[in-house]
Design a binder for this molecule. Structure first.
Ligand code: SAM
Length: 319
């Protein structure tokens, strides 16, 4: 942590820059990630039973909320005092077996409530806007164009929420006491901040495009620009960034590029190969832990199956 840090430690070759554990976050122990070891969390939990990523992964919404509760308490334990947890998430429309309309689950509200109950401060909410042509599952807005009558309006979603929680108050004297070299190399480029409008609560960032052969195929990866901004805004060079739902390893990749250490947790061992490809490099630990599963292929098969039998998540015309 910052108060214990000196520049020798920052460039130490004994400490691997990246550690990734394949296991269930609910079973993470302080041997893997120590209390207060982490200076920033940037992550995106699975979006409940998102039809395009995690169909039927969770037996119930209550089971999903159990994972979020455990994520909140693990985050509180591993984060240093006053440090930030940035969560990319959004409400989710899930098709129920019995109906064709789908039901909306309030992930943003429930995640917020759970983090507040855990004792976090609610620092900010940023809305991430994707390009207007982007929709993943079906163009719900087409309904009102086909049937231009009241009650047929269903907008297309091109946004996600980024919730920022803070682990109590930050002690700013830690910055004052930090080595000058570290402070200088961690200085925020305010010209870039203004030019790219990081100063606003709305961020326009292109999502990871579905180009053929991309390394993140089949993973709901976020663009590197998201962890890049948060790592620069909330950590010093040499500090540790944690992604408890590491996926393809986007946060870890950016952390290393910016001279920070990275720790990842990921349940799906089938992502090992993808992560290795994305992260490459030396100074890199990967270990398997309790509760690791093989998920990706079976999820992909289920998505294919659903697509072949699915009705769109939009209502039919009834006049
Ligand atoms: C939205 S993805 C994260 C994608 C990542 N941000 C990226 O850029 O590649 C969520 C990840 O959480 C993982 N996951 C789901 N349940 C988990 C659990 N209990 N413990 C750890 N990881 C879990 C999923 O396998 C998935 O890879």
């Amino acid at each position: 942590m910052l108060d214990q840090m000196n520049s020798e430690e920052i460039v130490s070759e004994d400490t691997p820059e990246l550690r990734v554990f394949f296991g269930d976050l609910r079973k993470m122990t302080s041997i893997e990630v120590a209390d207060g070891e982490v200076s920033l969390i940037v992550t995106s939990p699975p979006y409940f039973n998102a039809p395009f990523d995690y169909p039927d992964l969770f037996p119930s919404y209550e089971d999903y909320l159990g994972l979020v509760r455990s994520f909140a308490s693990q985050s509180r334990r591993v984060l240093g005092k006053g440090r930030i947890c940035a969560i990319v998430t959004d409400d989710m429309l899930v098709k129920e077996e019995t109906g064709s309309r789908g039901r909306r689950y309030p992930l943003v509200a429930d995640t917020t409530r759970i983090f507040l109950d855990e004792g976090f401060l609610y620092r900010d909410k940023i809305t991430w806007i994707k390009p207007a042509g982007y929709t993943r599952i079906s163009r719900r807005s087409g309904v009102v164009l086909q049937h231009p009558y009241p009650m047929y309006f269903y907008p297309d979603n091109i946004q996600e929420s980024i919730l920022l929680f803070q682990n109590g108050e930050f002690d700013y004297s830690l910055l004052k006491d930090a080595p000058k070299k570290i402070l200088e190399s961690s200085k925020i480029d305010t010209a870039q901040l203004n030019k790219e409008r990081w100063n606003l609560t709305v961020w326009n960032i292109t999502n990871v495009l579905p180009t053929p052969g991309r390394v993140e195929a089949g993973i709901a990866a976020f663009p590197e620009e998201i962890p890049r901004r948060f790592i620069k805004l909330f950590t010093m060079v040499g500090e540790t960034v944690f992604d408890p739902f590491a996926g393809s390893g986007t946060t870890l990749k950016v952390a290393r590029e910016l001279g920070r250490k990275g720790i990842g947790y990921e349940i799906d061992v089938e992502l090992k190969k993808i992560m290795r490809k994305k992260l490459g490099g030396e100074n890199f630990i990967m270990e398997e832990r309790d509760g690791a599963k093989r998920l990706r292929k079976s999820l992909q098969n289920r998505i294919q199956h659903q697509r072949s039998v699915a009705k769109p998540l939009v209502p039919r015309l009834i006049l």
